[in-house]
Design a protein around this ligand. Structure first.
Ligand code: IMP
Ligand code: MG
Length: 172
């Protein structure tokens, strides 16, 4: 496996994040929102998005893992949900890095919904619709992509390459 070409440059990322922030602000009524960042992949996007939203937020985290150290999902999602913050009766925005089979987003949404929020929206920076195995979509999507493994801007391969400023393919 090796780093492939740049798929989204830093400029692409900044521009799309600003657009997403406008879409989200137009859809979620004024007032405080509770942003839940799924760790660790969505950390970079989550922080940039919060800045771009420019509104009052509270922040929580949920840790999801399904990949182990490979490029194929194991199919089993492990969630650690003790740092989500208060959810009941709040307007919640779930921030995900990338949707592949959909299992992670499904588990996260179900966990959040079970705590009786006022509303739940989800945003994923990247979406791979052709890979979906469960019927779920994010309310807001940065970029749809083909079936390609991506690294950079928080996305990792076995914990490596998160630090890349752009998003690149990672190929055999
Ligand atoms: P899903 O549960 O199959 O939808 O997988 C979603 C999770 O797998 C994401 O939150 C990422 O952490 C990880 N993932 C999926 N595709 C990629 C990729 O191309 N690069 C890095 N991580 C990925
Ligand atoms: Mg993730």
């Amino acid at each position: 496996m090796a780093l492939g070409k740049v798929i989204f440059s830093r400029e692409d990322i900044d521009r799309r994040t600003a657009e997403l922030a406008c879409e989200i602000n137009a859809s979620i009524p004024a007032g405080k929102i509770h942003v839940i960042i799924t760790l660790k992949g969505a950390l970079y996007f989550g922080v940039d998005l919060i800045r771009a939203l420019g509104r009052q937020v509270t922040i929580g985290f949920i840790t999801a893992s399904s990949y182990g150290d490979g490029t194929e999902s194991s199919g089993e999602v492990l969630l650690k949900a003790k740092d989500t913050g208060e959810i009941t009766a709040r307007r919640v925005l779930i921030v995900e890095d990338i949707i592949d089979t959909g299992r992670t987003l499904e588990s996260v949404v179900n966990t959040i919904r079970s705590r009786k929020p006022a509303s739940v929206h989800s945003v994923a920076f990247i979406d791979k619709p052709s890979r979906r195995e469960v019927a779920i979509d994010a309310d807001f999507v940065g970029f749809p992509v083909e079936d390609v493994f991506l690294v950079g801007y928080g996305l990792d391969y076995a914990e490596a390459y998160r630090e890349l400023p752009c998003i690149r393919s990672f190929e055999p």
